[in-house]
Design a protein around this ligand. Structure first.
Ligand SMILES: [Zn+2]
Length: 254
């Protein structure tokens, strides 16, 4: 009888130890950090931003690779990655083959993070515009503003304060963000001049996890990428964990 009880206890303990951790692991996850801009405002930012993001991801357990070469965006090249991070990818950079490769990547339930001016890639790419849900309108001069998290989602909030201050180019958009998206952070329009959105989303992701697409309008200045302990870089790190984590850990909308 004693042995029977011990066996039951052992089975219970082993079952408990196999419950997945709440925070997903970055181990063995491969990220491609791709940046390419044809705009003078961003061309000089891209190389440094890629270098910092790759280093930041590597320091946090990811296998990260940086690239400004379009050859990285073929189906074959992308097949070894779990997530893609776009840094300031301009309108007109990608051809149909690259676009198809990225669309197929996302259809395989792999994550796509889009940073700052990458929203412009949706100007000539209907699929991407739909994934982001709006387009760039304009922005006031670079200035300090307050960012607030607007979700309790575990992937978004880890390591971050509820509110932080940051100097950036605060984008306005051509339309409101629809119900297909989870708003993850907003910028407080009373904390700077030139906001036109009212309740102003600044980071959001698609609700339907069949398309793990995440966008932040923040990230204009190269110096933001160099501060690994500041909220902006932690915000992106959290998104990379979200983008590369399995659906079993996140729940599914199926
Ligand atoms: Zn910018």
């Amino acid at each position: 009888m004693k042995i029977f009880v011990l066996c039951i206890l052992y089975l219970l303990l082993t079952a408990c130890s196999t419950v997945p951790h709440r925070i997903p692991s970055s181990k063995q996850k491969r990220l491609l950090v791709f940046g390419k801009s044809n705009r003078p405002a961003h061309m000089h930012i891209v190389p440094g931003a890629i270098t910092h993001l790759v280093r930041h991801f590597q320091q946090n357990g990811f296998e990260a690779v940086g690239s400004q070469e379009l050859i990285s965006l073929t189906k074959e090249s992308l097949s070894s990655f779990d997530g893609i991070v776009f840094v300031d990818v301009s309108n007109g950079i990608l051809n149909d083959e690259h676009k198809n490769a990225v669309e197929e990547f996302v259809s395989q339930r792999k994550g796509l993070l889009l940073i700052h001016a990458s929203i412009a890639a949706g100007n000539d790419w209907r699929w991407l515009k739909e994934m982001i849900g709006t387009s760039f309108l304009d922005h006031p001069p670079i200035q300090q503003a307050k960012v607030s998290l607007t979700t309790n989602d575990q992937h978004t909030v880890i390591r971050l304060p509820d509110v932080w201050s940051q100097s950036d180019e605060w984008y306005n958009f051509t339309s409101k963000i629809g119900d297909d998206f989870s708003i993850l952070a907003t910028v407080d329009e009373s904390s700077y001049l030139g906001g036109k959105m009212g309740n102003h989303p600044i980071t959001w992701s698609r609700k339907d996890l069949k398309q793990k697409v995440w966008f932040t309008a923040m990230g204009h200045e190269e110096s933001l990428y160099a501060e690994y302990e500041a909220p902006f870089m932690k915000h992106i790190l959290n998104a990379a964990l979200w983008a590369t984590s399995s659906f079993e850990q996140q729940g599914t909308t199926d």
